[in-house]
Design a protein around this ligand. Sequence first.
Ligand code: COA
Ligand code: MG
Length: 286
Amino acid sequence: MNAPFRSLLYVPALRERAVEKARALPCDGVILDLEDSIAPSDKSAARARAIAEIERGGFGGRHLLIRINAPETPEGQQDLAALEATSMLAAVHGIVVPKAESAADIERVRARLPTLAPFAMIETPRAVLSLGVIAAACATHRLGGGLVLGSNDLLKAMGARDSTGREAITAVMTQLVLAARAFGLLPIDGVLNDFRDEDALTAQCQQARLYGFAGKSLIHPAQINAANAAFSPDEDEIARARAIIAAFEAAESEGVTTLDGEMIEALHRDEARQTLAFARACGITL
Ligand code: COA
Ligand code: MG
């Protein structure tokens, strides 16, 4: 699957103006949230609103995801029942499963909503220790799904401190990317709470890209452009991809050749082709 998931914007399901706004924002995906952004007393109102928004549609080419409450909780069970009852489920791409810690947590959701791509939130120490089995469970869906870093909950559970460079969880970030890529899933970075800090956002997006993440989850419209830019191929990458492909076309051998004094192999050509295809998918004119 080549569709971009560079920017996934959480929108609390109860914030009607924000949901309306999200229909026109340049994010690749919208996550209607029923979990952490909704107060316990508002859960059932939020659920009803989310279903109404799904049925209203209008999200265009944006992937629509819904974050339910943890599936083993009563609220999570009601979220699943409400989704099962809607006739517009085809408009929803994926379901974000919070506090996932085992294959069973994913399978429980899949059994009820088999058409939705599972996106497991990795936000507890146990989830980190079970990354491989959680990823394997998500990967059984035909669309593939994703692993989403839940940095706020994870840092809290670890007793660790938050920082722009995320020193406390860089090892987790690497493990999450490995588990996702091993099973053909999308690795999605966690949110930056300080949505007014553009420098921190750019730094985190670049860090996530460097680590292999496909995109970042976001909380505010002001964060979308930086994420889209960071997770798209830039001009230098596109120029290099073209040069690699041209070098291979000119080379006598299919196996190995050189570019600017560096060895390049067939894997680099394949990667270059993917870069160009992905650039096109991002709307970049080549
Ligand atoms: N999605 C879509 N639109 C959003 C938005 C979002 N996540 N967050 C803010 N907006 C809109 C607001 O509706 C407002 O538009 P308006 O003036 O036309 O009403 C505009 O963007 C500016 O909002 P702003 O005043 O800067 O933000 P705020 O103080 O109203 O809200 C937050 C700040 C953090 C509370 C809000 O962005 C939010 O709820 N984010 C998502 C939180 C979430 O889902 N958390 C759970 C996952 S970690
Ligand atoms: Mg959480």
